[in-house]
Design a binder for this molecule. Structure first.
Ligand SMILES: CC1=C(CCC(=O)O)c2cc3nc(cc4[nH]c(cc5[nH]c(cc1n2)c(C)c5CCC(=O)O)c(CCC(=O)O)c4C)C(CCC(=O)O)=C3C
Ligand SMILES: [Fe+2]
Length: 336
């Protein structure tokens, strides 16, 4: 089921992403932007700053956004723009530039396929806040639907899983942990984040012909007193080793590119845990600029500008515009 608003005229395409530091001096101000008012303990920030320093203070996410834009630009009939939530190019600056260029209405592709506060609602809030900052004449922004079950997202993962699986290995999907209350409030009826991740993982496993798989969580933040989704991937590896498992294929289904959460939290931390507990560890690539993923974005734009057919593999409904009230809003956070 897909509810559809019908073709609308857009005069620009906007890539909307998380943002990341581009050098050592950016790391702390970037982390302050991410965590302002979030109650993340200072010792966690020191730890995460260290992760960025292993890469010279440069997050891979910006290069990945530039690569996606470069792949999309020749494929779209619209001028393309890029704005971030937490680091330059900041969304408000991009909207200002768009207004200067005469853009009145743009269609935004967000670099998270899922519902939930951090992955969906917060981007709506970012748009509202940036438009407010820009003031009169700020372009209207519509957001492209969730694409967690689109073949362009599922197939690159499935191919990676097929290539990495060996007899006896366990397929383990990972996604960013979030507070359990955030999941309980995600989507109009709750648990949309875990629901869509479970659906996406099942679609990848089916496409790869794997019947036995787990979905676990990574990159937990926040104070220890707040419950987040569990088990953590590292604890899960230890538990699998106890069961006698000797090989794991990890598929980071929660992410579209190999950014820091993937290359540090998985390729470094989880890989080290696996080695410690005697598990052979293989990590499947994220879609990145896989041609099927790039085609998907082109297709998702065509859905909205030309009413092109909608491809989706799952059963969970998706919307062009999220239900305005009560969708992914959570107590204690202000929403625009
Ligand atoms: C669901 C979700 C996604 C997936 C959806 C999506 O892609 O949007 C995601 C992606 C990302 N998260 C990222 C980085 C960070 N996330 C943090 C903190 C948090 N993430 C949360 C959730 C998510 N995060 C939450 C609930 C918090 C606690 C703060 C709060 O309650 O709001 C922190 C603070 C330090 C810490 O880890 O504690 C950092 C640095 C990067 C950039 C990586 C790079 O630079 O390459 C990316 C793509
Ligand atoms: Fe995050």
């Amino acid at each position: 089921m897909v509810s559809q608003n019908g073709p609308v005229t857009y005069d620009a395409f906007l890539l909307l992403s998380f943002g990341g530091p581009e050098g050592p001096d950016d790391v702390i101000p970037f982390l302050e932007n991410v965590t302002r008012g979030r109650g993340v303990p200072p010792e966690r920030l020191v730890e995460v700053a260290e992760h960025y320093r292993h890469f010279g203070g440069v997050s891979p996410i910006n290069g990945q956004c530039r690569a996606l834009l470069a792949a999309l630009e020749p494929r779209l009939d619209l001028p393309v723009y890029w704005g971030n939530r937490n680091w330059h190019p900041m969304l408000a600056d991009t909207l200002k530039k768009m207004r200067g260029d005469g853009v009145r209405r743009a269609l935004a592709f967000v670099t998270s396929p899922f519902g939930g506060y951090s992955s969906c609602r917060q981007y709506w809030d970012d748009i509202a806040a940036a438009r407010h900052l820009v003031g009169d004449g700020a372009p209207e922004i519509d957001k492209i639907r969730h694409y967690h079950d689109h073949p362009g997202f599922i197939e690159p993962f499935a191919e990676g899983v097929r290539a990495a699986m060996t007899p006896g290995a366990r397929l383990v999907f990972t996604a960013h942990s979030i507070p359990t209350t955030m999941d309980a409030h995600s989507g109009p009826a709750g648990h949309r984040y875990t629901g869509q991740l479970t659906e996406a993982a099942g679609l990848v496993a089916d496409a790869a012909g794997v019947t036995d798989w787990d979905l676990v969580w990574q990159s937990r933040s926040g104070p220890p007193s707040v419950p987040w989704l569990e088990p953590d991937v590292n604890d899960h590896l230890a538990a699998l080793a106890k069961e006698g498992l000797t090989a794991v294929v990890a598929a980071p289904i929660g992410f579209i590119s190999d950014h820091l959460e993937v290359i540090w939290d998985l390729d470094n931390e989880a890989a080290a845990t696996a080695a410690e507990v005697g598990i052979d560890w293989r990590r499947v690539p994220t879609p990145g600029v896989d041609p099927r993923f790039v085609d998907m974005v082109v297709e998702l734009v065509a859905e909205r500008v030309a009413g092109a057919p909608r491809r989706k593999l799952g059963e969970l409904p998706v919307w062009d515009a999220c239900p305005a009230v009560g969708c992914c809003t959570i107590p204690g956070r202000t929403h625009k």
